[in-house]
Design a protein around this ligand. Structure first.
Ligand code: C2E
Ligand code: CA
Ligand code: CA
Length: 709
């Protein structure tokens, strides 16, 4: 982290290089400028001196010229230049520019100035000129005598290179130690400044990098360095304080947001009642499991679970108990699943369990059975002891082509199937269930049109008293559908009940039976009663009672001619509604028969709390009484019970003479069954009455020993 700073060229090195270079450069440029200045001054002074010297020598030479032009004297005069180290040559010309004498310094090296074009052009002019700088030399030409009347000319060549080099050398010798001293002092000063300013800055920079990488905003930089750096460090500390506060605030906000997110996720994906995943969430999970199963060629199962008779529990015990029951159930079901399985509440009393990674349906079936078995133990909720059950539909992913909609629909169909077959059971989806479901849908969809098209008709089955009189008929519905053929009421009545169509059917039956009443009555001289079957769902349709009274009125019929048959399970399912309805009906003179008695509830405690007239003993007891002692005892018990409660008893499914004889012997009040007559259409009713009576007397006409089976 911090090594990153060191990888780049350090500010310390840069600072040193730059400051050293710039100080050196400054010193050098100052030195160069002073050198130039020094040279200029030097040249100026040399020029002035040379001019004065030439003037003097020229004046001296004038005397020499005025005496006689003795070359010796002239030479001697010129030798005075020997004192001047740098005068190389001196030429003396007469007025006509003839060279009279030449002085040349003994040590002088050959001078190349003669070849210089500037020099040549000056000399060629043959006029005096002041001290002139040519190459490394100073050259001058002066008049000897009055410039207007010259007697001769003096030309001097002064070496300039050597003296300036010498002087430069001298200057360097003197200046270099000074420059070095300045350089060292400057470096020391800048090092000191560096330590004072830059080091704290570097430390600040390192510090900010540390904060940046550690994100620890509680760090503080020690207050040090020159005042600006100190302020800067204080400002950074203050800024860090603010950032730290904001950061903490931010973190708190973030935590709050995260908590909100979690709770929003929970709200969106979990069921608030059971805390189980909801439909939305389980669908997502299921999609992923299906995808993975398809990829890895494995199989998996889902359970569609529905609580049996949950609505009744809700209605009877209240929604608080209902909710508590759902919570209990969800825990119990979840407890029996494997850790990897998911249980979700789809809504209402529908649950969905996802069981991934299964080789086949075997384990799924075992799990379903365990759940069903565990539910057989009643659970205590509030002050209630509730014994409930669930119906489970199992569907396998492979068999559903790993399609989520098909899979769920299959499990749902299997669940509905278990409900129809017997509540508190499980079923594995089979393709024929789908066919059955389609047929169910066809049946439901056709019921209303079937009523409009008169596809339904009633058949009547006589009930014969123990004294041999036809006392009434049970109206039984038949459906001859052009599309589906003859459909048994055992098939379409439960479908109509579950599909909300039973009300329409029962209304139609009531109307038809009431319409048929006169014709039915015409078959017998004494008053007859026609029994009509109604289901628990009919009790929930208030218009049924209106239809009943209106139809009775329309056909001028009396309600006393009607009896209502309701199964004990239907009665108990809608206990209060049934009690109210039947009380009203009975008050008007109608009668009530409890149908299929003995097949439903084992508790008979309700019997003295309900208003009924007849117990219709289920045909299983009649048939089985000859094979099973237990059923024979039940039949006896029911007959005794009916007698003791003052109820009329009617046995169904009397198929043989033996049955009839036995039941009459046991004190059964009336008998109904194929032995007397099958249910027949209205037009065959008179005939059915005849054969019923005939068959009754047959019982006594034949000797008893011939009446076996
Ligand atoms: P249920 O009310 O117990 O009707 C008696 C059933 O037993 C009738 O079957 C009848 O034909 C049949 N049965 C009569 N005698 C004998 C016999 O000696 N042996 C045998 N094995 N069966 C006999 P069905 O008509 O097929 O009706 C079946 C069930 O369908 C009825 O049972 C009833 O629950 C329902 N159902 C029939 N008609 C109506 C109706 O008009 N309204 C309503 N709500 N349900 C009806
Ligand atoms: Ca019946
Ligand atoms: Ca029955």
């Amino acid at each position: 982290m911090l090594s990153g700073i060191h990888k780049k060229p350090g500010i310390r090195g840069k600072f040193l290089v730059i400051s050293t270079l710039s100080i050196a450069l400054c010193a050098l440029s100052v030195f160069m400028v002073s050198l130039k200045e020094y040279e200029a001054i030097y040249i100026h002074s040399v020029k002035n001196n040379l001019e004065a010297l030439i003037d003097n020598v020229a004046d001296d030479l004038l005397f020499t010229f005025s005496e006689d032009q003795d070359s010796f004297v002239l030479k001697n005069k010129l030798l005075s230049f020997e004192r001047y180290d740098h005068i190389l040559y001196a030429d003396v010309y007469d007025a006509n520019w003839n060279l009279l004498e030449r002085y040349s310094k003994t040590s002088a090296k050959p001078v190349h100035i003669i070849d210089n074009p500037q020099y040549q052009s000056l000399i060629a002019k043959k006029t005096p000129f002041p001290v002139t700088h040519i190459d490394d030399f100073l050259v001058s030409m002066d008049t000897i005598g009055n410039p207007d009347f010259p007697v001769g000319y003096l030309e001097v060549i002064h070496d300039f290179k050597q003296p300036i080099a010498n002087s430069r050398h001298d200057l360097l010798i003197k200046a270099i130690p000074l420059v070095l001293l300045i350089l060292v002092i400057s470096l020391i000063i800048s090092w000191y400044m560096f330590q004072r300013i830059v080091t704290p800055l570097i430390s600040l920079s390192v510090f900010t990098q540390r904060v940046k990488h550690s994100r620890n905003y509680t760090l503080r930089h020690p207050a040090e360095g020159v005042s600006e750096v100190l302020h800067l460090s204080q400002d950074i500390n203050a800024m860090l304080e603010t950032i730290n506060q904001e950061h903490q605030l931010n973190q708190e906000q973030n935590k709050k947001l995260r908590r909100q997110q979690v709770s929003m996720f929970h709200l969106a994906n979990y069921d608030h009642l059971t805390n189980l995943p909801n439909r939305r969430y389980v669908m997502e999970t299921l999609k992923q499991y299906l995808f993975s199963a398809q990829q890895h060629h494995t199989d998996m199962a889902i359970f569609f679970l529905n609580v049996d008779r949950f609505k009744d529990i809700n209605d009877l015990m209240g929604h608080t108990i209902g909710d508590e029951l759902l919570r209990h159930l969800s825990q119990l079901i979840a407890k029996n699943l494997r850790p990897n399985d998911t249980l979700a509440r789809l809504g209402g009393d529908d649950f969905l369990a996802v069981l991934p990674d299964l080789p086949d349906a075997g384990i799924a079936k075992q799990v379903a059975q365990t759940i069903i078995d565990e539910l057989k133990i009643p659970m205590t909720i509030g002050q209630w002891e509730i014994q409930t059950s669930v119906s489970i539909g199992i569907a396998m992913a492979k068999a559903s082509d790993f399609d989520i909609d098909t899979l769920i629909s299959n499990a749902d169909i299997a669940m509905s199937h278990s409900k129809t077959v017997g509540k508190g059971s499980y079923r594995l989806f089979q393709p024929q269930m789908l066919r059955q479901k389609r047929r169910t849908l066809q049946i439901i969809n056709r019921i209303s049109t079937a009523i409009d098209n008169d596809e339904f008709f009633l058949v009547y089955q006589p009930k014969v008293s123990r004294q041999g009189e036809v006392i009434g008929f049970e109206a039984l519905i038949r459906w001859n559908s052009p599309e589906l053929g003859m459909i048994s009421p055992s098939e379409f009545i439960p479908i109509a009940e579950n599909g909300g169509k039973i009300g329409e059917i029962t209304s139609w039956i009531l109307c038809q039976a009431i319409r048929d009443l006169d014709e039915i009555q015409s078959t017998c001289p004494h008053p007859l009663v026609v029994s009509v079957n109604i289901s628990s769902k009919d009790l929930m349709t208030p218009q049924l009672e209106n239809v009943l009274h209106q139809t009775l009125a329309a056909h001028h019929q009396d309600i006393t001619r009607l009896q209502f048959e309701i199964t004990e399970s239907s009665y108990l399912e809608k206990f209060d509604l049934a009690n109210q309805f039947f009380s009203r009906i009975r008050a008007l003179g109608s009668s009530i028969a409890l149908d299929d008695f003995g097949t439903g509830y084992s508790s008979l405690s309700y019997l003295n709390r309900i208003d009924i007239d007849t117990l219709k003993i289920d045909r299983q007891f009649v048939v089985n009484s000859f094979n099973s002692d237990k059923d024979a005892s039940v039949l006896n018990a029911i007959l005794t019970l009916a007698q003791q409660l003052g109820l009329h008893s009617c046995c169904e499914g009397v198929e043989t003479e033996k049955h009839a004889r036995y039941l009459i012997g046991k004190g059964c009040d009336s008998l109904q069954g194929y032995y007397f007559s099958a249910p027949v259409p209205l037009e065959n009713l008179a005939q059915a009455v005849q054969s019923s009576i005939q068959n009754y007397y047959q019982l006594f006409a034949l000797p008893e020993s011939h009446n076996h089976d």
